[in-house]
Design a protein around this ligand. Sequence first.
Ligand SMILES: *[C@@H]1O[C@H](CO)[C@@H](O)[C@H](O)[C@H]1NC(C)=O
Ligand SMILES: *[C@@H]1O[C@H](CO)[C@@H](O)[C@H](O)[C@H]1NC(C)=O
Length: 187
Amino acid sequence: MNIFRVFVLFLCYSATRAQTFAADNKIDSKELRCLVCEKSLQEITNEVKKFDPNKKVDVGGYRLDIDGNYKHKAVPQAKSELALSELIEGICDKMDNYIRAKWKENGTLTLLSMVSEDGMMNPDWSNVDIIQDDDLNKSLKYYCEGIMEEHEEDIIKLYQEEQSDVTKAFCFKQSKLCPPPTRREEL
Ligand SMILES: *[C@@H]1O[C@H](CO)[C@@H](O)[C@H](O)[C@H]1NC(C)=O
Ligand SMILES: *[C@@H]1O[C@H](CO)[C@@H](O)[C@H](O)[C@H]1NC(C)=O
């Protein structure tokens, strides 16, 4: 991130700061957990997409097939339990890039990524009110870590099964950390 971007970011922050304290600080922890679930699974999916499709990981000897034989087989990195597990272990650091905010339009809670991967500022800054909360600068990570610790194996399985939308399959269907889609807009 260059100096200019930092400066712009600061300006935006200053501009939103004035409204900050007007925003309702009471946050439903279920709602927050759902949002953290969605964002962290999206981050995992992004990273899985970066795996080299040609890179194979040997899983021979670790698994039994349905006939009870050892499988001396290599799987793509994106389906490797070890690779996925290592990825999940570090994923909650990504939450440092998110802040809690409410859409000005409808007051709905959201998590805004401050800077995109190419270092650009999120264009939605002007559409949200930032929520400030003293103990909260680490809590997105805390929620994320809670989810990953409890559900790591389930999440890995979903990637191994090549679910088309792991975020939906995990956050909405399997873990039910998010309310059923009927009560929300379709993703
Ligand atoms: C609130 O507004 C945002 C931004 O336009 C939109 O993405 C979101 O779906 C809206 N939420 C609801 C519940 O209407
Ligand atoms: C953010 O978290 C750190 C470490 O927990 C703490 O020292 C710091 O005071 C917090 N900052 C804010 C603004 O809450």
